[in-house]
Ligand binder design. Structure first.
Ligand SMILES: Cc1ncc(COP(=O)(O)O)c(C=O)c1O
Length: 455
């Protein structure tokens, strides 16, 4: 019944084991199994994250910094999560800042960076980015009289125009704000090269890795970026934001803060009481990812990656586990992302093949399989004669969760002049999705647009 071009699929992951850990994946809608293709808006969480949050409340609940057991345990919970995120991002624990979400962290950092800027200075943002990595910088620039420059994209595949990008960096540029990957069309940007260009001009590089984090390994030491932000709810954790900042910047820049708050990093950047229960869930979510790697390493599903610790030797100073444990967790994280990448590539190929067989479909972004390593498995499409809203609604009734609209990638929907006609339909694949879900989705979509599924 499904399109004949689709090949048999063998996953790099043990999907039964993976899916059994996510209670929400067992839901049904109108008798149909729920299919979560809404990962770019937020992923589902494994049971261990739910347990960690709940057990924080039943065992450790207190404010931090007190001299009694639950408060000390709360401090330990926060330190463990910081160490876990340091392993995930490949930095030191005191370079990890927790916050409400990526947007509020970015507004806070942009205001502090703005304190040092003024007329004559320039910043560079892109047309590809989520607005959370644009508007905070526009607001700061307006307040401080700073000039904003925009990097354009190649329309045919939604990649950044790097010649244009490079031409807009000069000695006046003080900051470049760039996404690691587009939450709308999936493009992965050449971040290492972008950081190099920024540094060559004496500018800071602020990287939004929110969309990239569930799909690819992040290594801030190798990237050499000044700041990198992500949100744990996009990679199987709770609703929180996390910021990496190089020590030198976290120490030198002046945060807007209350006077009693310590000036020590990273705490001086953490305003008010944190969401301790969610922070407990962060350790669990990093451990979930690490366990995928441990399993693939033990089954030798992927080659054992070299733990790349030399670049940051001696930087792991704050937090719970010792260096050997951290090195092995980092190696597990690297292995996990290698397996996740391979599985997601297979799903992307399958989805792309099926979508291209639907008459009237327009896929925005990279469609050439030879360049699939330059994109995430996040697809923005339109189908002639159907609005994204209509498609998302009809798919939703059949149990397929997709998104319609601009998902805050506003410059992109405006650029392609689809903002007023409903934006794009976004299909977001993550590692807990299966080939069978992709096949059922394609069959449902064909039915919705009036195509027969059998030849
Ligand atoms: C690429 C990207 N950047 C930033 C954000 C904003 O993240 P948060 O909700 O944590 O503020 C999102 C959220 O969808 C996103 O996809």
């Amino acid at each position: 019944m499904i399109m004949p071009t689709i090949e048999t699929y063998v996953s790099a992951l043990d999907l039964n084991h993976i899916r059994s850990q996510f209670p929400s994946l067992a839901q049904t809608v109108n008798g149909h199994p729920a299919v979560f293709f809404d990962g770019p808006g937020g992923t589902q969480v494994p049971q261990r994250v739910i347990d960690a949050i709940s057990s924080y409340f039943s065992r450790d609940n207190a404010n931090s910094g007190g001299n009694y057991p639950t408060s000390r345990r709360t401090d330990a919970v926060i330190a463990e999560a910081r160490a876990a995120m340091a392993d995930l991002l490949h930095c030191a624990a005191d370079e990890v800042v927790f916050g409400l979400n990526m947007t509020s962290l970015t507004f806070a950092i942009s205001r502090s960076i703005g304190r040092e800027l003024g007329p004559g200075d320039e910043i560079l943002v892109t047309r590809l980015d989520h607005d959370a990595n644009v508007s905070p910088w526009l607001a700061m620039a307006e307040d401080r009289g700073v000039t904003v420059r925009w990097a354009e994209i190649h329309d045919e595949d939604c990649t950044l125009d790097m010649a244009d990008f490079a031409s807009k960096i000069n000695s006046k540029t003080k900051l470049v704000a760039v996404g690691y990957a587009s939450n709308a069309v999936g493009t992965i940007n050449p971040v290492k090269e972008i950081v190099r260009l920024a540094h060559a001009a004496g500018a800071l590089a602020y990287i939004d890795a929110v969309h990239y984090a569930p799909h690819g390994l992040i290594d801030v030491a190798a990237l050499d970026c000044d700041f990198l932000v992500c949100s744990t709810y996009k990679f199987f954790g709770p609703h929180m934001g996390v910021l990496f900042g190089k020590r030198e910047h976290l120490k030198r820049l002046r945060p807007y803060k209350v006077r009693p708050l310590t000036d020590a990093i990273p705490f001086r950047w953490e305003h008010g009481t944190l969401n301790h229960e969610c922070i407990a869930g962060i350790t669990a979510c990093v451990e979930y990812i690490s366990d995928i790697g441990r399993q693939t390493l033990s089954e030798k599903r992927v080659p054992h990656p070299e733990p790349a610790l030399s670049a940051v030797e001696g930087r792991f100073s704050l937090g719970g586990s010792n260096e050997t444990q951290q090195a092995s967790r980092r190696a597990a994280i690297e292995a996990a992302y290698a397996a996740i990448h391979e599985h997601e590539r297979g799903l992307l190929r399958r989805m792309m093949t099926g979508l291209r067989e639907i008459p009237g479909v327009k896929i925005y972004g990279i469609t050439d399989p030879a360049h699939f390593d330059e994109r995430c498995p996040t697809l923005a499409i339109r189908i002639a004669g159907h609005t994204p809203l209509e498609l998302a609604t009809k798919l939703g009734e059949r149990g397929f969760f997709t998104w319609d609209g601009n998902y805050y990638a506003l410059n992109l929907t405006e650029h392609f002049d689809v903002e007023k006609s409903g934006g794009f339909l976004r299909i977001g694949l993550v590692h807990y999705n299966t080939a069978e879900e992709v096949d059922r989705f394609l069959a449902a979509l064909r039915e919705i647009v009036g195509l027969a599924n059998s030849d």
